[in-house]
Design a binder for this molecule. Sequence first.
Ligand code: ATP
Ligand code: FE
Length: 328
Amino acid sequence: KLILGIETSCDDTSVALVDRSGAVAAIKTVSQYDIHEAFGGVYPELASRAHLHAILPTIQTVMTDAATTHSDLEAIAVTRGPGLIGSLLVGLSTAEALSMGWGVPAYGINHLRGHIRSAALEGGITEFPAVVMLVSGGHTLIAFLENEWSYRLLGTTRDDSVGECYDKVARTLGLGMPGGPAIDRAAARGTPVLRLPRPMKNDAYEFSFSGLKSSVARHVETHPDVSVDDMSASFVAACMDVLAAKAERALKECAPKSLVIVGGVAASAQLRETMSALVERYGVTLSLPPVKWATDNAAMIAMAAWDYVERGVQPDLMPKPNLSLETP
Ligand code: ATP
Ligand code: FE
């Protein structure tokens, strides 16, 4: 049996088929990058329209690629939040219609739980209890998971997310979009010679990144000929320092079996290295998503949905643009 995952919370239309073990039978993600590029951010109404345009053909492609019919489906899983209301509604309405037509139950899934379960895709194992760090474009948070269902938020960011900060620093340095991978590459070439602040490094589980971002901008303004590679390396070093400090605190205080790092920034080679060095010192396992599924995708939504199905959660297809981690 397979779960059909549908993800339309932001600017990617993604559809996937995933079995209980986390094997991905088929996946297709249609990017809206070209549509939003000119606006320097996601234009919500254009995003909804593009989802509407792409959703049914994408579902059809994925079902055909996996040679699947609706009788092979255990459930349909669709992101219900957090995300843009118009974008969420396209996925939710489609899932509801398919559910009625096919007689297959449809579950509304928390996008953040999707990111967290991305570490279980393609043979990935998350041992519980676990400490999870979600570092994405919209979120930066750390949580304790007693099991795959009980989430306790430890802390979150007061201002920008790490991903947002990567993107803004990339723009300041003229590296273009998407900023994360560009910064990651430039940082690998550079040396972290510039001393940048480590905001809230020692403040328990709270994060703050806007000061770091401004400090890069100020430095570039006063030193226009600064090396982009060295600046990127210095910026990444500051981010790594803060993230590692928070993760280390949680490893000490929560004594988990594994550390789970998910979200778009989990694609960063530096972050993967930093965290594997950390877990080695504490004797816990590191659980990471495959790099290609660190950013938004429907496979992680389908993966998370298996937990919902097995817990007997009441399916709920109401959109929740501000859904928090603790609510399914
Ligand atoms: P959320 O899930 O919080 O609503 P999102 O889904 O928009 O946010 P993701 O798709 O998980 O965010 O991640 C996008 C972010 O990841 C972007 O900010 C991007 O710059 C960053 N990112 C992607 N690849 C890398 C990389 N290799 N190194 C660092 N950052 C990266
Ligand atoms: Fe996301």
